[in-house]
Ligand binder design. Structure first.
Ligand code: FAD
Length: 318
């Protein structure tokens, strides 16, 4: 079977769900091998094995942590050039897309971003993308070189396929060229105790209608054990960090429950949450477009409705 490289998305060996989703997609079209860049492989091995990565290329050189993205692209290019895989799958995160772009240039290969699926046919691999804010679904294929494909989070349900991974250490010499932008300081994001936005089964999002007060949104999220999201209007207003933006230019989420509070439902916001299983809307304007996609809607002021919901949920859970 054709080898498919999957770039592992991890923090110090803590493997993120995007990786297990990509391994699942890769198994559908070939034999997945993971590429682990940086330190912490021992912590990651069992998760990679559980989701079918029989082989793991491990590159652990200090430059990967010391410099901004370029060394990662070089390391992945070294692995890909030697392995000659049928495709390389990379997470559709900002960093992943930058690695993918650099990799495509280095390999002289075609690149497809934001795929939600990859299938194999007589003519090679075909990707599916949701474009124009989810308004159209298109199929594309790379026609030149090794397909480099970035895969959106929540594109597949991770399915275990236990194997014992074999680590293959790869020596990489990072060029002077890739050591131009050094990381001088790191500040860990303040721990919220909430689940990761793209991995949460419950997301409560606030928009311009919060007026900048995310307290009721956070309290409902905490009562439900969920993550907090935000519309771009709220993020652009400086009310919530950009990392929490849901939508076309933010994160794509697909939770079991999505609560949209004070959000009108612009197409760019819908693009990031429309595959949520159950959508609950709280908006004081009964004509707000987002009600069209609601499974359950409340017309009212979120500052009144959300605290009532939080109180009732807390009461029933205690
Ligand atoms: P508004 O559209 O202003 O809606 C606010 C809503 O709150 C209204 O429906 C109002 O009735 C309701 N409301 C007001 N007060 C209350 C209250 N007290 N209680 C209850 N309801 C209340 N947007 C994103 O979200 N994510 C993206 O990734 C994104 N990407 C974009 C990319 C591009 C290229 C462009 C051009 C735009 C993008 N946008 C994105 C912006 C998008 O077009 C909208 O401007 C944005 O989603 C609006 O945010 P909002 O719904 O919070 O604000």
């Amino acid at each position: 079977m054709a080898e498919i490289l999957v770039l592992v998305d991890h923090v110090d060996g803590d493997v993120r769900k995007t990786t297990t989703e990509m391994l699942t997609i890769a198994r559908g079209v070939g034999e997945p091998s993971a590429v682990f860049l940086g330190s912490g492989y021992d912590a990651a091995a069992s998760t990679l094995g559980r989701f079918g990565a029989a082989k793991v290329y491990v590159v652990d050189t200090p430059e990967l942590d010391e410099y901004v993205v370029a060394p990662k692209a070089e390391a992945l290019a070294t692995v890909a050039a030697a392995a000659e895989p049928a495709a390389v799958l990379i997470p559709s995160s900002p960093e992943g897309k930058e690695i993918a772009g650099r990799l495509a240039v280095k390999l002289g290969a075609g690149l497809i971003t934001d795929a939600v699926d990859v299938t194999a046919g007589d003519d090679g691999l075909t990707t599916t993308q949701a474009v124009f804010a989810g308004g159209y679904t298109v199929q594309s294929a790379v026609t030149h070189g090794t397909p480099i494909i970035t895969v959106k989070a929540n594109s597949a349900t991770p399915e275990p396929a236990e194997v014992t991974p074999v680590a293959e250490p790869v020596e990489v010499t990072i060029s002077e060229q890739a050591r131009k932008a050094r990381i001088v300081e790191r500040q860990p994001r303040a721990a919220t105790g909430r689940p990761e936005l793209t991995e949460a089964s419950v997301v409560v999002s606030g928009g311009r209608g919060t007026g900048g007060d995310f307290g009721p949104v956070e309290e409902l999220a905490d009562a439900l054990g969920g993550a907090v999201g935000a519309s771009r209007a709220a993020v652009d207003s400086g009310w919530y960090p950009h990392a929490y933006q849901v939508g076309q230019t933010g994160s794509t989420v697909s939770p079991q429950l999505y609560v949209a509070a004070g959000i009108s439902g612009a197409i760019q916001h819908r693009a990031g949450m429309q595959t949520s299983k159950t959508i609950v809307v709280v908006n004081k304007d009964a004509e707000a477009p987002i009600f069209a996609m609601a499974d359950f809607g409340v017309v009212g002021d979120l500052h009144t409705v959300l605290p009532q919901a939080t109180a009732e949920i807390t009461k029933r859970r205690s």
